[in-house]
Design a protein around this ligand. Sequence first.
Ligand code: 26W
Length: 781
Amino acid sequence: KDATVATPYDWLTASIEVVRDRIIDQWIKATKEAYEEKEKRVYYLSLEFLIGRLMRDAFSNLGVMETMRAALASLGVDLDLIAGLEPDAALGNGGLGRLAACFMESMASLGLPAHGYGIRYDYGIFRQVLAEGVQHEVPEDWLAFGNPWEFERPDLSCPVGFGGHVEEVTEEDGAVRHVWHPAETVTAVPYDTPVVGWRGRRVNTLRLWSARAPSPLDLDAFNRGDHVGATAGRARAEAISRVLYPSDESPAGRELRLRQEYFFTSASLRDLMRRHPDPGKLHEHAAVQLNDTHPALAVAELMRLLVDEKGIGWEQAWTVTRETLSYTNHTLLPEALETWPVELMERLLPRHMQIIYLINWHSLQSLEGPRTEDFIRSVSLIDETSGRRVRMGHLAFLGSHKVNGVSALHTDLMRETVFRDLASLHPGRIVNKTNGITFRRWLQQANPGLTAILVDVLGPGILDDPGLLAGLAAHEGDPALRERLRAARARNKIALARLIEERAGTRVDPSAIFDVQVKRIHEYKRQLLNLVETAALYEAIRAEPHRNWTPRVKIMAGKAAPSYHKAKLIIRLAHDLGRRIEEDPSMRGRLKLVFLPNYNVSLAERIVPAADLSEQISTAGMEASGTGNMKFALNGALTIGTLDGANVEIREHVGPDNITIFGLTAPEVAIRRSDPDHGRAAIARSPRLASALHLIRSGGVSPDEKGRYAALVDGLSDDDAFMVTDDFDAYWEAQRGLDALWADQAAWWRRSIANTAGMAWFSSDRTIREYAQDIWRMPVE
Ligand code: 26W
């Protein structure tokens, strides 16, 4: 196009294509080297990659940001403006998907030969639209204008079978071979996206599979006049990669989900095996990481490929499989642990079901000594408590040489709960790998103001070695530094205030505390605790309007799973309570509550650098790790949180005086649960809590429908499984302590500096180094 008719979107595409050329040179070089030097490779299998925008990441990692900015400016184009037009690649729900994206970036930055494998969903996570606080889901057509980052590779397409039957063929030597005859075949077509490491160190591949029918059209049907039936097979096949399942922490339980899981697992394993010609030595050349149980079928599929297709004996195949695979667990919530009905597995994957039975038989066979029925039941791959179901976590556990949790506490709980009995049979298999985040995106790109100060004070080495951040601690009392940091934060807060006005239609005061809770909406994450505290604060301010209240802006954002009604109701409560506060003149300059719609990676990049306070208030024992907690602390926000997930380790690294911890611990939660009346008792103990709950319960924030929150509030007395009531008073006190701290800005900023200084360990580079050493057994500098 000529510049005279080019749209801003055309400029975006052109800018990406210019830089893409350089990336491709590096990309081909990396591919060639890995091939020639026969390096061991890691394969990261994940049903989710929550990448966000790629342009800034690629420009910054290649070191061409300023060159591109100047070049575009000379053509009259503003880089920041076109960067804002790039759609988010939002092929994930939350933490697990974002972790996969941070890991991909870190692996490229550390120079590890790594491939990500997943699904190229036509529609990623839905766009959240709020109408009077009610969440509506709208499809997000991220590919509508094409995607300049991806390369279709039809030459590497791969067939994936479903259904049919298994034939037993007796060979001349008497051995029995199993041949699976699928009833249906779907073609997996790969799309490759380059992943650029820091300083262009290495370019790795993210390979996402798209589902295609082997034949686009049933011409016979068409010629018979059945014009709809002629494309029915195609629609069924292509449904596999149409849309991401939008629920986290609660399994879809649907056939389509199982088809997605097998589709990408099978295509990925076959694809990677092409690269390693000797299947009997696969584990020497390939490490395959299973991101949660979504790719757990890899255990059965790899066994099938090795035994049925490569003719390797069961014992050897089992060794190769176990030495190749490893599995990361991301949640202990019982409702989130995947199981599939045996009947469905038999119908969709008959040969895999046979293999799973055989694995189970071998595993139970090898049990030594007398074992109780309960023990055998608990280590079996088949759960028989309500119908017969395959436990995917157990399958992944048995088929892996290492199983990891994502924070120290989470790993301990894994050993004590879901995997207790399996762990006793396989000591040493469970290891911890505390999550991390990539500092390139979450500090350097998201917060250039803070980064410039850090470079100035600590030297440009911090861009390559986050360990140098520790040097900041020596400056914690420096008033000049404090002032610079405060000014940088103030600019970020003004920018966020502008965004809030655009998207939520309300003005917030950038000099107030920006108190932020952004994440998926879930009862265990306790947005409700935050809202009840907000209601209590509202009442307290109304009761004493002339006191000197610390001004606070509570900022919330997050999506609820479409069928999770309670989570949607919590969003609505945020909206209703926010409106009631807004309408009350006595709240002006004191309290504000805004819920920003459509939380995603790009919005997080605007919110994180502008936060003063980070809310990480999950019920202890329930958040596996959290990674938002790390993003905020790195950017200097203070944390108010429970002793849960990685908060425990953040406290160790930033120091207990620099984080605000409150509430029950995980063991205390376990004890409290056994008292059926704990909710009612906690409410009876706390007049402040009772009053705030009454306000919500009685229609105080929903005069148009007084009973809107009755069931939500009553649930807290009857069955407060998430300890909202029990932790309320401690939370309230902790918040008031922070109000007081805000008044002493020097003290506040001392803590803030200690946070940034202490967070180096939470770089995903550190996490990936640990995976490489302890799990993948790969060299890394
Ligand atoms: C089967 C449905 C389903 C889908 C996704 C169940 C569970 C999931 C994920 C495990 C949910 C998830 O994203 N978990 C988060 O993983 C992060 C990365 O390890 C952790 O930081 C979060 O604490 C954890 O909730």
